[in-house]
Write a protein that binds this ligand. Sequence first.
Ligand SMILES: Cc1cc2nc3c(=O)[nH]c(=O)nc-3n(C[C@H](O)[C@H](O)[C@H](O)COP(=O)(O)O)c2cc1C
Length: 371
Amino acid sequence: MRSQSPTGRASLKALRIGPIEIGFPAVQAALSGYSDWPMRVIARRLGAPYTLCEVLLDRFVLDQKLHRANRRQLKVTDEEHPVGGQLMGADPAQFAPAALKLVDAGFDVVDINFGCPVKKVLGRCRGGFLLGQPRTALEIVARVREALPATVPVTLKMRRGIDDSTQSRDHFDEIFSGAFELGVAAITVHGRTVAQRYVGPSDWDILADIKRQAGERVVLGSGDLFSATACLEMIARTGVNGLSIARGAIGNPWIFGQVRDALAGRPVRWPTLFEQRDVLAEHFALSRETYGDQRSCALMRKFGIKYAQLHPLHAEVSRAFVAVKSPGEWHGVLARWYAEDAAGRAAESHGDLVECAPCDAPGADGSVAAA
Ligand SMILES: Cc1cc2nc3c(=O)[nH]c(=O)nc-3n(C[C@H](O)[C@H](O)[C@H](O)COP(=O)(O)O)c2cc1C
């Protein structure tokens, strides 16, 4: 799968998910509390060829009473395609109707979450819990695949197991191979176990093993893709067909362009302060359009902190974003700290820089933090 360019650089073939041609293989991962419509649109405009909505609970998607939250979470616009919606739940019977709702809303791909390590999610037999229940997991896959037209690919998101036991690896293999037999188009594997949550590295050697065993079947790799260099390294070490960029894209949506440059052998560029200012303003405007003044300020503070990492005076700018309470104050931060153009700071994102616990249970809007 992996090929070498004449200069010896690792390169990837175009990514395809079932009938959908994605092309460039570095995509925006599902990120609960982050990959909402504004974040996806920004990622897309800056070069992400495919983005995934944050995970949604099947019963939330089916609940007609949550009109407003529903509309926001299920918002898909023309410029986004192809875009994936992700479902999580426990009851196989609820997945198929929820998957149909995602397709009605405009999502091109339905992704099923078998990876979330959040305690309350596991306690409710969802997400990563299902990695230990191959029969139920495969029943969910079968029901969703049967319910959707062949033109809509079904994909999975899995961690590499519940833990490091042999039984966990066997369950993983059973779900992984069984799901492909049932017709899933691609599987994204996060190289951490559920027990690991976010502690310790993503195991890329196991990802390489999984890809070797998968042969021609499409596997995307996840875990520790914090920079263009890391993306190239994952390709070279694992041979995966695609890269699912998660925390590395929060506050650095330019990462998709950086990976494109790195793959083409061009030097990686960091955005200047004016480029950062324009994207910060654009992201805020999209958020405001979606959530209104108050909620957008609360939501955008956590993005601001991450964007600030690319500013030479990152600590001060980060503090300024934390204090924002109104759209006027947001624009005030831009006017003060981004008034003059200068080179941006080359700051790779790291796991520990992410505020990843806005809640540890499904939110009122059906989203789930740190899936
Ligand atoms: C705040 C946060 C939210 C997440 N939400 C989701 C989600 O909704 N669906 C999902 O499949 N994975 C979710 N993940 C997992 C990521 O997609 C990814 O697999 C994981 O962060 C490993 O990649 P990284 O080390 O490059 O961040 C989430 C991770 C974080 C940190």
